[in-house]
Design a protein around this ligand. Structure first.
Ligand SMILES: CC(C)(COP(=O)(O)OP(=O)(O)OC[C@H]1O[C@@H](n2cnc3c(N)ncnc32)[C@H](O)[C@@H]1OP(=O)(O)O)[C@@H](O)C(=O)NCCC(=O)NCCS
Length: 294
């Protein structure tokens, strides 16, 4: 495997110094040696106009097709945030990333675009001197860097992980009448039986949304999304830190290749990140605030 300009690095220091700090919005970022997650709350002026310029080609066409301005802003923010984390992890400029969707319904990934494509995207000719970017010669170096985004309401979550798959999810808590029915569909019978009484109560909603985001983050890490079976994953909310494991081994320890962390995104939403991979998870994650979060 070739290496990126400065070798793939993924640390809070890299994130803070290179990309996140000083941006005109509120941030939280969480990181381990091999994974990082950032949370953004959109403000009326977000996402930064610069981020829209990152989005080119088919990705731009897809985002432009989103009719509601709020949806478009959220997706531009998610994609821009993903590029910033990707850039921090790889040392490449954010414009050097290209979203690739390997098939219908498949998990999108960020790949390094070649220099000619970058130049073309910037209005150049595609010749080697067509753009100001020097994106090195690390073609193919980052196949093992996984990226995933989620958005709900004004919240955007993005995660990147080196050498393992990552999935993230965020949901604004919305007490709608059909949630009990949804809970029956997504919960294993053991989990459903353990739900607090009174569907719709604050405790019930808390349990429901924590389970929902954990399961969806796991399915997104696996790349199947909602085509996967959320009932096949059990979330243990009783543990000090919520745990997640596949059915049918509810008595076993969570396997080392499925690690869940819940993200504190404030009282109005729940969010989670799940990492897959053979290496043992390095939880708990260290958490660092890069900017004020009120
Ligand atoms: C991905 C999926 C879980 C999104 O759910 P959601 O709650 O609406 O949206 P979220 O905010 O959680 O996540 C959206 C992001 O997930 C990412 N995503 C899309 N497909 C994905 C997949 N298969 N695995 C992981 N992540 C995926 C995208 O980057 C998307 O953001 P973008 O559209 O701005 O690029 C859902 O659309 C899905 O399951 N899609 C794949 C399966 C599918 O299409 N099945 C068809 C019917 S069976």
């Amino acid at each position: 495997m070739n290496s990126a300009p400065n070798g793939p690095t993924l640390s809070l220091a890299a994130l803070a110094a290179r990309q996140l700090e000083g941006l005109p919005t509120a941030w939280l970022a969480f990181a381990t040696d091999d994974a990082a997650v950032a949370v953004m709350r959109l403000q009326p002026t977000d996402p930064p106009a610069l981020w829209a310029s990152f989005v080119q080609g088919a990705e731009r066409a897809r985002l432009d097709a989103l009719i509601a301005p709020a949806d478009r802003a959220r997706s531009v923010a998610a994609h821009g945030l993903a590029r910033l984390l990707w850039a921090a992890a790889t040392g490449y400029p954010p414009q050097a990333g290209r979203w690739v969707v390997p098939g219908s319904g498949a998990k999108p990934r960020l790949a390094r675009v070649d220099a000619a494509a970058v130049a073309l995207a910037q209005g150049g000719t595609g010749a080697s001197d067509g753009g100001a970017l020097d994106i090195g010669d690390g073609v193919g170096a980052l196949d093992d860097l996984d990226v995933n985004v989620a958005h709900s309401g004004a919240l955007v979550v993005c995660g990147v992980a080196l050498g393992r798959a990552i999935g993230v999810d965020v949901e604004v808590v919305r007490p709608t009448p059909d949630l009990d029915e949804v809970a029956r569909k997504i919960c294993d019978p053991i989990e459903y039986a353990a739900m607090p009484p009174s569907p719709g109560s604050p405790a019930w909603l808390d349990a429901f949304y924590r389970r929902w985001v954990a399961k969806e983050a796991a399915l997104k890490a696996r790349g199947v999304g909602l085509a996967g079976d959320p009932q096949a994953l059990i979330v243990d909310l009783a543990a000090t830190t919520a745990r997640l494991w596949p059915v049918p081994q509810p008595d076993s320890l969570p396997p080392a290749d499925l690690a869940l962390a819940e993200l504190d995104v404030g009282p109005a939403a729940r969010a989670a990140v799940v990492l897959l991979g053979a290496a043992p998870p390095r939880w708990p994650m260290t958490t660092e605030r890069l900017a004020a979060w009120d």
